[in-house]
Structures are given as structure tokens and as C-alpha cells.
Design a protein around this ligand. Structure first.
Ligand code: GLN
Ligand code: ZN
Length: 776
């Protein structure tokens, strides 16, 4: 450890800050730059120059918006993912990749992207959801054999770069406890290996990095510990113990910057006292989602700065400044040293609402994207210094929020009367046995029926047609003709391959949520509102701001047309209420359960129209059901109750003979298998090929009694599964699930695939099914 330097002078924590800022660029410059580099179209130097351009633009913008104090701007830039950044800094590379370090023991950009994207021999690191958000991080693989050594100083270099440009930033790292809690055991490790047992081995590398940051002149560093707000498999007492040990070690590092421990995404609960007792100099609390700690709890933070996360970093509504000011007052009254911050990093929201000039001005006034949140934080910091200076802004925020409640479309009597009149009967269908008999008679399907999940490859022609429609280069009639051509091609292909239940291929959908948002009342969509989903992948969540209803049928004409092309049953295809909520920015002025029921009723109307148009099988996708699961176990039953109910409300208006399908993208059933059962869908398709049918054991032990299609084709890569391979998977499935319940389908939709590999894979799927039918 190099620690000969004197500790830097102790600088007070800035009065206003944010925990993080969007890093993809206002025009997705980073996406373009990394994708060009991956495609071999630009050099590493060009990519680095683009990255510096984004960092510089961020520094300028945030300074302009009022984050002018040293250490107020967090160094949260990332080429791909913050967990990967930390893994690479620690040198925590799985052995399966071989040696990725260079001769100097460094992990460079190419090693970094290899971990993120895999190579010819190795799958990339697994990706999974970051807490209760739509962001996905890369899962480090840690075993007893993992060796840790400082392998990248990019965080130091970025600090120096900012400093050379006149800004002292606050470098960001995922904290050691969260880093290990989010890791999974490496391939070679015993199955019950707990990565947290390696804490003592990662701490020296963190210590070395802190010392380097100190030498470079960093006054504060942010160690992010969101794992402390979630109930994980590791017992809370073990987590507390790890926090004590980790921060005792880091606090004693000579020459280190002061430490801000950030705890976004919820309240610290039982860990509050543990965090308060550490030697860190500042703690950022999520006071938007979490409660203001009691005066007694606050007393334990004496000597530390509390960064009050009163401005929501995770949703886009304008802050209720009066309510936030009251929280700040409560903290101050308890004697705390207070600074103002966002509750989470603002990288979950787009850059700037001012860019969305097409939105209604009143709607725009209700919103705060990242830049507006910075201004809110600055206002609240000025409130702390001089309450009178912020009064006008506080009053204005109160006025705008009040105007929201009164605005047309926000509360509509006819929508509210419908949800208020719901009774238990609206949430349930007949017994499954009765339905199953009616459906058998109606559909007359063979054993092991084959189907797909909905989308077929979205070709350049299909996307091009949509782009031309949006630019006005073709009219709606021409667009419709092109989409119908594509639907016919998809239907003909499925007929030729021999599928039993067909789909229309979803060519007309830009996105499975936005498509519905554009066609329902109560929603708006943005033009520049991109947020990072993972790596270079961004999504543009819709804004659900008002009462939801369906002005006209949405999918019915497409489904009707597709059904007219075939004698086989055509699946109607909808996105479920929970997924529509999970992948949108949702109004915060009423319980999610109420909003979900409104969406469900709109879908129920659509389903009823599909049924009237002769559609006999209707699939309602709920891939996000698990995604919104609350981080605290105590909150989970209430969530599962309303989410399951909203699905049932959407789907229970049909006759017995109409078959309802649902699709879930993942296979980690564990905690939610009861909920999946509770959806009461006639058929559930799930991802299974990737995990080699692991899920059938869960289904078996749970006694899952309805139709189920564990995926037999991993659609996440262009690889074509052979017929033999699919037969093997089916053999496993048949051994654990009664064959009369089994369906055969891919893991998920095919929209990201090409036609060549899709056709070959689907052919193998149908042929394997025929072979399997011979032996059941
Ligand atoms: N029906 C959608 C599709 O096939 C489902 C996608 C998803 O589950 N994410 O694309
Ligand atoms: Zn899926």
C-alpha cells in the first residue's frame, strides 16, 4: 500500500449533490461510439475521445445547473456498467476467460468488453436486474480461487481528467459489501460458496484504490451500497458484520479521501445503526422511498454529514419541494449536518425535459428529468442556507403539483366509476378443468402443441417502413400494406414449418410497451427520453400520467387479418398490465394497484374485441412480473396481490373455450411460483433452454397443474439448436411434467434474430416435437 502522503485537508461535503447522472449522452453518443468500436469502425482512441467528450459535456452541464462546489459532481461515467467497472478495478476476472490482464497486470478496454460481451469460447458475465429498476448489471463471478489486484485505475484517470478541466469530482465505486453480495459463485466454486467470505481479500484493493484517489487529489469518494436496503439471501446479521469490518478497514486507510456511503433504493431499516456506527464521513439516505429516521437514529450519525435523498432519482415527476423542505427541517431539528441529494442516481431518467417540445406544456411542467432534478437539489440546498431564498420556487412547485390534480385527463369519472364498481367476480374464471375441456373441444390440438412467443425477426425493411411512416415519406395505407405483407410471410412460414398455434409476428410494434402506450389514453411518449437498460442498450419508457382507457381497438385488425390467412388458431398478442407499468414512468399520485386496474380494464376491452373477432387463443405477456417485486420481503405479498389481480382482471372476461396464455422471460421461479400459479393462465411459457430445463423441477415440486411451455430454443444468440438437442430437452421436460400439460416453444420472442437462423431453429423445434410425440 502506498500511503506516504499526508491526508488531504478535510473538506466539508458539498451542500448539494446528485448520486449519479445519465452517462449514455444526450443524443446517445456513447451508444454510437461503443457500437462503432465493437463493429471495428473506429479505434480505441476514437472511443476514448468520445467518452471524454461526454464526460466534459456532463461536467459543464452540471456546473451550469448549480453543482459548483468541489466534490458535488459524482464521477459516474461508465463505458458499459458500474459493477463491471468495479470488478475490473479489483481484477476480479473469472478464470474461465483465461488471462485477460496485459503484461503490466492491467485490464484494458478490450478485456473489459470481453467480460461484457463474451468471445468465441466464453459466454459473457450474466446480466441481471439492478435492484427494483430496469437497469441490468453484469454479475461478477467470485470463487475461492479468484485473485484480486488493482487492475484498472480508470476511476483515478477520470478524476484527473475532470480536475485538469477545472472540476474536482467525487469518484464512484460500488462498495465492497454490495459488490460481493451481488456476485455469484464462480464455475469452479462449491455450489454453496458465499462470495462475501472473500471480503478480507478485496478490501486491500479498495484500500489501494482509495489511497491512489487521495494522491490524485480526490477529497471525497462515493461508495455505493444499495444492497443494504434489500432483503437478500444472506442473513442481515452477516451483512451488518460485513459492513462493520469493511468500513473499519477502509476508514483506517492512510491518505484516503473522505467517504460518502450511499444507500439508494429504499430505507436502511435495521442496517441504519450499523451504518451510523461506521467511520465514514457522510451517508446518503434515500428519503424519497425510505422514511426519515427517528431522532434517536439520527443521533447516532453525529459527526457525519447526512445527504438527504429527497429528490427522486428513479421517476420523472416534479419534486414536491414543500414536502422535501419539511424532511430537511426534520433532519436539522434532530441536530444533523445536512446536505441535499437525489434518492438514487439520476441515470434512471432521461437528460432534459426541455428537449421534449412536442409534449403538452402543462404535462411538461409536471416533469423533472435529470437536469431538472439537479436544479431542484440546488433549490433545496439554498433553502437550507436561507429558507426565504427558496420560497418562490417552493410555491411554484406546489402550484404546479396542485394543477396536476385538476388537469383534464388526470382523473376521469368514467374510468374511476369502472374500477370502483369491480367485484370479486371480475377477477376470476371457471374452474380450470371446465375451461380445459372446453378448450380441447374448441382447439383440437395435438399432444405437445407447438407455438412461438409472438415476435418474428424485425427486419431492416420492417423498421425502415416505420421510420418512413414517422417521417411522412409513406402514408398509413402504404405502411399497413407493408405490415400485412410481413404478416403473410410469417403466417406462411409457420404453416410450412407445421406449427399448431400461430402468431402474426408483431411487425407493427416498435416496442411491446410503447406500442400500447401510443394507443391508450393517459399516456404520452418522448422523443429523446432514452435511458440505459444495459450496456449500450437503451429504452424509451412511456409516461403514464392520467387515467387510462382504450379509445379504440388496438391489435384487433391485425389479428383478424392474420387469422384470415390460416385455418390454424392465431394467437392474439398483448402486453400485460404489470409489464406496461414496469416499463413506463408511472404517475405517483395514486397507488400502483389502482393504475394497474385501469390498464387491466383497457386490456380486458381489447381481449373481448379479439374474442368477438374470432380469436380463440390470447397471450398476455408479463415478463416484468418479477421485476417490480419489492426489495423488502415484508412488502412483497401486497405487491404480488395487486399485480396478480390486475392480470386476472384483464384476462377473466373471456368464455371458457378461449385459451389465455402468458409469457414470462425468466425461469427463476423461486419466490413467485405461487403468484404465477395465481395468474390462472391456461398456458404459461417461460425461459428454460438457457438453464437446461432447470425450471421443470420447480414445476414438478410445486405441482403446477395447467399448460406450460418451458422454452427449448435459446433465442439470445444466433446459434441454431439441433433437433437432437431439442429432443433431449423435451425428454427432460416429459420426465417431470405430465405430457398433456406440455407445450413446445422458444424461450422468448424472435424479434432480435435473423430469419436464416430462426427458420432453421424453428424447423428443428417442430421436427423434434414430432419425434417426441412418438415416444410419449
Ligand atoms: N410477445 C413478445 C415477443 O415475442 C414477448 C417479448 C418478451 O417477453 N420480452 O417479442
Ligand atoms: Zn420473453
Amino acid at each position: 500500500m502506498t500511503s506516504s502522503t499526508l491526508p488531504p485537508a478535510r473538506k466539508a461535503f458539498p451542500t448539494a449533490t446528485i448520486l449519479g447522472y445519465p452517462r449514455i449522452g444526450r443524443r446517445r453518443e456513447l451508444k454510437k461510439a461503443v457500437e462503432a468500436y465493437w463493429a471495428g469502425k473506429s479505434s480505441a482512441a476514437e472511443l476514448e475521445a468520445a467518452a471524454e467528450g461526454i464526460q466534459l459535456a456532463t461536467l459543464r452541464r452540471l456546473t451550469e445547473l448549480g453543482l459548483t462546489e468541489p466534490s458535488a459532481i459524482p464521477g459516474t461515467f461508465s463505458y458499459y456498467d458500474q459493477v463491471l467497472d468495479t470488478a475490473v478495478a479489483l481484477g476480479a476476472v473469472p478464470a474461465r476467460f483465461g488471462e485477460l490482464h496485459d503484461a503490466e497486470g492491467r485490464l484494458g478496454l478490450d478485456a473489459y468488453f470481453t467480460l461484457a460481451r463474451g468471445n468465441a469460447e466464453q459466454q459473457p458475465l450474466e446480466m441481471t436486474k439492478w435492484f427494483d429498476t430496469n437497469y441490468h448489471y453484469l454479475v461478477p463471478e467470485i470463487g475461492p480461487e479468484t485473485s484480486f489486484s488493482l487492475s484498472s485505475e480508470r476511476v483515478v484517470d477520470e478524476f484527473r481528467f475532470a480536475k485538469a478541466n477545472g472540476v474536482v469530482t467525487r469518484p464512484y465505486l460500488v462498495g465492497p459489501v454490495t459488490f460481493l453480495l451481488l456476485s455469484k459463485p464462480s464455475d469452479g466454486a462449491p455450489a454453496d460458496f458465499d462470495p462475501l467470505t472473500r471480503l478480507e481479500d478485496v478490501l486491500p484493493v479498495y484500500a489501494e484504490l482509495l489511497a491512489r484517489l487521495g494522491e490524485a487529489g480526490a477529497e471525497w469518494v462515493q461508495l455505493d451500497e444499495p444492497a443494504l436496503v434489500a432483503d437478500l439471501d444472506t442473513p442481515a446479521l452477516e451483512v451488518s458484520d460485513a459492513v462493520e469490518r469493511a468500513y473499519a478497514a477502509l476508514a483506517s486507510v492512510a491518505g484516503r479521501p473522505q467517504i460518502l456511503l450511499s444507500a439508494p433504493y429504499g430505507g436502511l431499516g435495521a442496517q441504519t445503526a450499523v451504518v451510523a456506527a461506521t467511520g465514514v464521513e457522510a451517508v446518503a439516505l434515500d428519503l424519497f422511498k425510505g422514511a426519515v429516521p427517528s431522532a434517536e437514529e439520527l443521533g447516532a450519525f453525529a459527526g457525519k454529514t447526512l445527504v438527504a435523498g429527497v429528490v427522486d432519482g428513479h421517476n420523472i415527476w416534479r419534486n414536491d419541494l414543500a414536502a422535501s423542505a419539511a424532511k430537511l427541517d426534520a433532519l436539522r431539528a434532530a441536530g444533523a449536518t445536512v446536505a441535499v441529494g437525489t434518492s438514487t442516481s439520476a441515470f434512471h431518467v432521461p437528460h432534459d425535459v426541455e428537449e421534449e417540445t412536442q409534449l403538452d406544456a402543462q404535462l411538461r411542467s409536471w416533469l423533472a428529468f435529470a437536469d431538472q432534478k439537479v436544479a431542484e437539489v440546488a433549490t433545496l440546498a439554498s433553502y437550507l442556507a436561507d429558507p426565504a431564498s427558496a420560497q418562490a420556487a417552493i410555491d411554484e412547485a406546489s402550484r404546479v403539483i396542485a394543477s396536476r390534480a385538476e388537469a383534464p385527463g388526470v382523473r376521469r369519472t368514467e374510468v374511476r366509476e369502472r374500477t370502483a364498481a369491480l367485484t370479486d367476480a371480475d377477477f376470476s374464471r371457471s374452474d380450470y378443468a371446465v375451461r380445459a375441456a372446453a378448450q380441447d373441444a374448441e382447439l383440437n390440438l395435438p399432444a405437445l402443441p407447438t407455438t412461438t412467443i409472438g415476435s418474428f425477426p424485425q427486419t431492416a425493411e420492417v423498421r425502415g417502413a416505420r421510420a418512413r411512416l414517422n417521417k411522412g415519406a409513406i402514408d398509413a395505407a402504404e405502411y399497413e400494406r407493408l405490415m400485412k405483407d410481413e404478416i403473410k410471410r410469417v403466417v406462411d412460414l409457420q404453416e410450412e414449418l407445421g406449427f399448431d398455434v400461430l402468431v402474426h409476428g408483431e411487425p407493427e410494434r416498435n416496442d411491446m410497451v410503447q406500442y400500447f402506450a401510443e394507443n391508450l389514453d393517459g399516456f404520452d411518449v418522448t422523443v429523446h427520453g432514452w435511458v440505459q437498460s444495459y450496456g449500450s442498450r437503451c429504452t424509451r419508457p412511456s409516461i403514464l400520467w392520467g387515467d387510462v382507457s382504450r379509445p379504440a381497438p388496438i391489435t384487433v385488425p391485425w389479428a383478424e387479418y392474420a387469422q384470415s390467412l390460416t385455418e390454424k388458431p392465431m394467437k392474439g398478442m398483448l402486453t400485460g398490465p404489470v409489464t406496461i407499468l414496469a416499463w413506463s414512468f408511472v404517475r405517483d399520485d395514486q397507488p400502483l394497484a389502482e393504475t394497474a386496474n385501469q390498464v387491466a380494464l383497457a386490456l380486458r376491452d381489447e381481449i373481448s374485441d379479439l374474442e368477438s373477432a374470432g380469436i380463440k387463443v390470447i397471450q398476455v405477456d408479463e415478463p416484468a412480473l418479477r421485476e417490480l417485486l419489492p426489495l423488502r420481503r415484508a412488502d412483497q405479498p401486497a405487491y404480488l396481490d395487486w399485480s396478480v389481480k390486475s392480470f386476472r382482471l384483464a384476462t377473466s372476461g373471456v368464455v371458457d373455450a378461449t385459451q389465455i396464455h402468458t409469457h414470462l422471460c425468466y425461469s427463476e421461479f423461486g419466490v413467485i411460483i405461487d403468484a404465477i400459479d395465481g395468474l390462472d393462465a391456461d398456458v404459461t411459457s417461460i425461459e428454460a433452454a438457457r438453464s437446461r430445463m432447470e425450471v421443470v423441477h420447480d414445476l414438478e415440486s410445486h405441482g403446477f397443474g395447467r399448460g406450460v411451455g418451458p422454452g427449448v430454443y435459446d433465442i439470445h444468440s444466433p446459434r441454431v439448436p439441433s433437433q437432437g438437442e431439442i429432443e433431449e430437452l423435451l425428454k427432460t421436460a416429459v420426465a417431470h411434467v405430465p405430457s398433456r400439460q406440455l407445450w413446445v416453444n422458444p424461450d422468448c420472442g424472435l424479434k432480435t434474430r435473423g430469419y436464416v437462423e430462426t427458420e432453421e431453429s424453428l424447423r428443428n423445434l417442430v421436427e423434434a416435437t414430432k419425434a417426441a410425440r412418438e415416444v410419449i
